[in-house]
Design a protein around this ligand. Sequence first.
Ligand code: GLY
Length: 336
Amino acid sequence: MEQKRRKFLKIGLLGLVAGIVKPVLATSTEVSNAPLKTPKLIGKKPIVISTWNHGLAANLGAWEVLSKGGKSIDAVEKGVMVTESDATNRSVGIGGMPDRDGHVTLDACIMDEQSRCGAVGCLEGIAHPISVARAIMEKTQHVMLVGEGAKKFALDHGFSTIKTPIPAVKEAYLKWKKENKDVFKKPVINHENHDTIGMLALDSAGNLSGSCTTSGWAFKLPGRLGDSPIIGAGLFVDNEIGAACATGLGEAIIRVAGSHTVVELMRQGHTPQEACQLAVERIISKHKDLTGLQCGFIALDKQGNVGAYSIFNGFNYALKTSDEEKLVDATYNRKW
Ligand code: GLY
């Protein structure tokens, strides 16, 4: 899909003086249109946030745990399992799009309040990669298993199998194969091509956990892993500070260790909103050409403050507390 990018104004001294633009942007040639404000939710726990509008249903799954005083690690697993089970979702779980050769390979990771973590990559034919990631975290001395080894681990531990691609996805794949000769063409990752679900939760006891699961880049090269199974890129949790997860083009997120960067920026005193913006700006600074490059972060700190920011417009996230349940449009650096 062709996307047009708007031209942006050079930053003027007036804008800086007026405080419209943060000093950190002073050397940029483009204006950020994001207001630098963080929704204040201090003391509001439990709370769960997750990427994109598929997060609304996932948050309800997490809420079943959090509302009963349950642990954030259980909530973030149960929450994203809702999305993994949704056969209509084309970027996560059983309904996910396949790689170039027609194989649906799933990636996921999970991290708890003790900085324990587990990850799985290139997993085929298993319904819940997030639960496999958790089992790797809890039952092995490793953090990440991939491919055939990951599948063997899942089967040995009784995880249920599923035949993929499901018929609707197979049909879409065959159509793509017929029509699209340029297998290396970048897909447009935006609100019409939903991406990873990343989820962050703060439980009643004040503990943070996170999860992240995806089928990755549609029609990717076989064997490709994006950011989603990589701790520090797709997800990072530090229970002293906060948690962050990413969505969008994984290759760009990995280059800046995106989610870890967001958490470290919070450690340095930035709000979750500022931290997400600064991490996105770092990605922008590493790329000469932003065509088709959408990336976004969501973040949650230890006090229950949230933030979200993306390169382009169109990214949103779902938020749930005891008195709020809503979809929020993330602020962004520029329009398509
Ligand atoms: N963010 C998902 C991926 O790039 O695979």
